[in-house]
Ligand binder design. Structure first.
Ligand code: DQA
Length: 143
């Protein structure tokens, strides 16, 4: 399978950003881990990160017909980006939404995802393992 891993705002700061919540591992290490996980399953994973809503929308559009699945952590855009919701609905690539932290144990505004309705499902609170769990879901579906 061809996976596109999209990470939204501030996730480039993984390892430095609130490590008590998001852990010590940095963004590049996460990408290496996901590429290795994909390769171990006869698949590929490309990582894309942006702090800009429009760039994420462009990446979702460009994924259509190119990738088999999107794994996306939209960061704070999760909670208010109807434009990302619409972009996911506009393309034929299935997406699983990932949150590193358990958003339901945090501030009220993080409890709501406006983007999840356009996703197959959502993983939250499992740390960086959540990205692999999401990939594992798609790999199981394929078998
Ligand atoms: C996050 C949770 C969001 O509420 C937050 O804005 C993030 C990261 C997570 O992975 O837990 O940037 O998506």
């Amino acid at each position: 399978m061809k996976f596109l891993i999209i990470n939204g705002p501030n996730l480039n700061l993984l390892g430095r950003r609130e490590p008590g919540i998001y852990g010590q591992e940095n963004y590049e290490s996460l990408c290496q881990r996901l590429r290795a996980f994909a390769a171990a399953h006869g698949s590929t994973a490309e990582c894309f990160q942006s702090n800009h809503e429009g760039a994420i929308i462009d990446a979702i559009h460009a994924a259509d017909g190119v990738y088999d699945a999107i794994i996306m952590n939209p960061g704070a855009f999760t909670h208010y980006s109807y434009a990302i919701l619409d972009a996911l609905k506009a393309v034929g690539v299935p997406c699983v939404e990932v949150h590193i932290s358990n958003v339901h144990q945090r501030e009220e505004f993080r409890h709501k995802s406006v983007t999840a309705p356009a996703c197959v499902g959502q993983v939250c609170g499992l740390g960086l393992y959540g990205y692999e769990a999401a990939m594992g879901y798609f790999l199981d579906q394929k078998d």
